[in-house]
Design a protein around this ligand. Structure first.
Ligand code: DGJ
Length: 729
């Protein structure tokens, strides 16, 4: 059984594939964390709590209660009781008090995994996972917290979330309601985070823990370019292939908070959840609140295995819909080709040329609606800009379909331009604080998605467009962060709920799209990759990774993204040179090899690029087609790391059955007069023999390829790339 309760010892044991997570109910009903790590046979590790070591004893006589409270490894730490480390829950009750005291009340264990109302979450069928719900009660207020844990049978994954219910008779404000807390008995960790900015999202940073607190967060209303809701805690000697690695990822697309704290006793407390900054949620009697899910992955074989576990979980148990396991159409997007300067004829010209080369879908990006010729108008006016889309949308889509191509369209459904019919009719629909000047960003405001009538109206406009022509793909964009966060309809005591209500509103519309248009492929985007998070993956199987399409910059961005997100979800396109973001010139071939790691497509004016690049596209597509199934479904291994070594990068995809492997190499900087570079492959069957496709006569054992390595020929010039295909003999 994967979850069990030892009644005598009062311990819970959650077994995922090779991972165990343990807790114990101690005296007075406190729930303590015992262990998280490699599988062990025991189910009582009470000794780990040191309850027999003075002064850290549960003191029913209250003598040393303070020491006990500030030392116990609380599974869900409360504020106000003498635990001065970071709490998971803070409240403001009807008497203005902030103390809360959760004690164990009951638990239940069952097969499968529950949905989280209104929120994205990983899913599992009966037999694939087991769940335990532990009910905790604060007797004083009647506030209940149900701690929900799921252990996955075939993956080293435990997920956590919390639901709250006010069973008391008076309102309680949740001023902080994190989703998870985990304790480690030492501070010997490096903290790995994914940080950056627009056009350089999810760069990896690794830093040793030290006394005090190290945190990342977002308070922008989205998961953000700057910090991703992901943290890994790894042993100082952990690398890609060996050592302990604990990965944590919040399934949420709004403000988040994650923090490690090295305590006075040199232990580590990690917490994660919705950012409590500017958060207040009023729970009236009988009301409930759901905190989002934290995915926890343990690996005893370094960061590589941790990432592959995340990839498997998200591919199998998070991404939904028709495209979950399907090759995505090769698209051409007109953004970098034309920006706002296009019309029907231009798009058909692009489609004509693209269709001849084997490209399968035309995506019409920003600028087709209202009277939008630049970014200063029309968001919210989701009707066709007739003088630009001459002949109408249906005509354009039909023409594109006649060429044998699918058609996709861009929306930015959460936004409203001051220069729009929508704003003239409903100025109060923008998020705002009455009487304060409203900050513009990209000359736009954010719609108040907490309001159902706003969502309904936007959705009905989108629906009209989607029903008017054969649209098979949507790019959902979001190009600014939230400011002056207030709603014209919420009462004062619920205004601080708007951050979270906004995110729930976005999820609501995305869910409606899933249900009403199951055949449409949804690609999420936020000014590039500001919302590349697991919450979004629940609704869109692919996410635009970054506006930076430069192949060399993408090495870092895609490497960082692969820490926890599968390559099958990374929007990646071949664009024109000099690159529009960094001005770099890279070979067309290299651009293709780097884009092949993701969903693959083009973002250029195919009627204008050099003839030799155009001629290369059919070959590039053939290569993509040949390897896409391996890339989408195989195991990903990082070999190089351009954060540490700027000269080259390499990575692999290995089939689950180890029958074939794709090795990709990019020579970032040419160095003269060296012999070829020797690199060791990963993930192969050591006992099998493999040949490289272009040299079928040379067979080498997987062991040799992994332990002795291969010679990667020096390529001529900077930014060159090569791929090698290994097949089991
Ligand atoms: C930001 C996106 O990341 C781009 O790809 C493009 O869609 C623009 N917005 C359009 O405004």
């Amino acid at each position: 059984m994967s979850i069990s309760f030892n009644k005598q010892a009062q311990t819970f044991k959650l077994c995922a594939k090779n991972t165990v997570y343990m807790m114990k109910i101690v005296d007075e009903g406190y729930l303590a964390h015992l262990y998280f790590g490699k599988n062990i046979p025991d189910d009582d590790l009470t000794y780990l709590l040191r309850l027999d070591e003075n002064p850290f004893t549960p003191a029913t006589n209250n003598r040393e209660r303070g020491s006990f409270m500030d030392n116990l490894t609380f599974e869900y730490p409360c504020f106000g009781l003498g635990d001065y480390r970071e709490s998971c829950i803070n409240i403001l009750d009807a008497d203005g008090m902030s103390t809360v005291d959760f004690r164990y009340a009951s638990h239940k264990i069952y097969s499968g995994k529950p949905k989280l109302s209104g929120l994205p979450a990983t899913f599992a069928n009966n037999g694939e996972a087991e769940t335990i719900e532990i009910l905790m009660l604060d007797k004083h207020t009647g506030l209940e917290a149900t701690l929900i844990y799921t252990a996955f049978e075939n993956l080293d994954v435990i997920t956590r979330s919390v639901t709250f219910k006010n069973t008391g008779s008076r309102g309680v404000n949740l001023t902080k309601a994190l989703s998870a807390c985990v304790h480690f008995d030492h501070p010997d960790f490096d903290m790995i985070t994914l940080n950056g900015s627009w056009a350089r999202e999810r760069h990896i940073e690794r830093a040793r823990l030290h006394h005090g607190k190290q945190s990342i967060d977002s308070i922008k209303g989205e998961s953000s370019h700057q910090n991703n809701p992901f943290v890994a805690l790894v042993s100082p000697n952990t690398d890609e292939d060996m050592g302990d690695a604990y990965g944590f990822n919040l399934v949420y697309s709004g403000n988040f908070f994650a923090q490690t704290e090295v305590t006075q006793h040199k232990r580590t407390r990690f917490v994660m959840g919705i950012n409590h900054k500017d958060f207040n949620w009023l729970l009236e009697a009988g009301e409930e609140f759901v905190a989002p899910e934290v995915v926890m992955v343990y690996s005893d074989e370094g960061m590589g295995k941790m990432s592959r576990t995340f990839h498997d979980l998200y591919r199998e148990h998070l991404v939904r819909g028709e495209y979950k396991d399907k090759r995505r159409p090769i698209l051409i997007n007109n953004w970098e080709a034309t920006y706002f300067n296009f019309d029907t004829d231009k798009l058909i010209d692009i489609a004509k040329e693209a269709s001849k080369l084997g490209i399968e879908m035309l995506v019409m990006d920003d600028g087709w609606f209202g009277h939008r010729d630049s970014d200063n108008s029309s968001l919210g006016d989701w009707f066709v800009y007739e003088s630009k889309i001459k002949g109408g949308l249906k005509y354009l889509v039909d023409e594109v379909n006649k060429l044998g191509m699918k058609f996709g369209i861009w929306f930015e459904p959460e936004m409203i331009s001051p220069d729009s019919e929508l704003y003239k009719a409903h100025p109060d629909w923008a998020i705002q604080i009455k009487g304060r000047e409203l900050t513009q960003s990209r000359q736009q405001y954010v719609l108040d998605y907490s309001r159902k009538e706003v969502r309904d109206h936007i959705y009905s406009m989108m629906k009209k467009i989607l029903d008017s022509a054969n649209i098979e793909y949507i790019k959902w964009d979001m190009n600014r962060q939230l400011t002056e966060v207030g709603s014209t309809t919420l009462p004062a005591n619920r205004q601080r709920e708007l951050w979270h209500r906004y995110v729930l509103g976005v999820y609501d519309i995305m869910e409606r799209l899933q249900v009403d248009y199951p055949h449409i492929l949804l690609e999420n985007c936020s000014g590039g990759g500001a919302r590349f998070d697991p919450g979004m993956l629940y609704y869109s199987p692919q996410i635009w990774t970054s506006d930076d399409t430069d192949a060399i910059e993408r090495l870092k961005i895609q490497h960082g993204t692969s820490m926890c997100y599968p390559c099958s979800a990374m929007g990646a396109h071949v664009s024109d040179c000099p690159n529009h973001t960094v001005g770099r010139n890279t070979p067309f071939k290299t651009r293709g090899h780097v884009a092949m790691v993701g969903t693959f497509g083009y973002e250029l004016d195919v009627t204008k690029i050099p003839q030799e690049d155009r001629d290369y596209i059919p070959y590039q597509i053939q290569e993509f087609n040949k390897y896409n199934s391996l890339v989408r479904t195989g195991d990903h291994y990082r070999i190089g790391n351009t954060f540490e070594n700027i000269e080259w990068d390499a990575w692999m995809f290995v089939a689950k059955d180890k029958s074939e492997a794709l090795f990709e190499f990019v020579q970032v900087l040419m160095r003269p007069n060296y012999t070829s570079r020797r690199l060791k492959l990963k993930g192969l069957d050591p006992n099998a023999y493999y040949y490289e496709e272009s040299k079928p006569d040379i067979k080498l054992s997987g062991e040799a390829l992994m332990s002795a390595g291969i010679n990667v020929p020096t390529l001529w010039g900077d930014y060159q790339s090569a791929i090698l295909h290994f097949i089991k003999a």
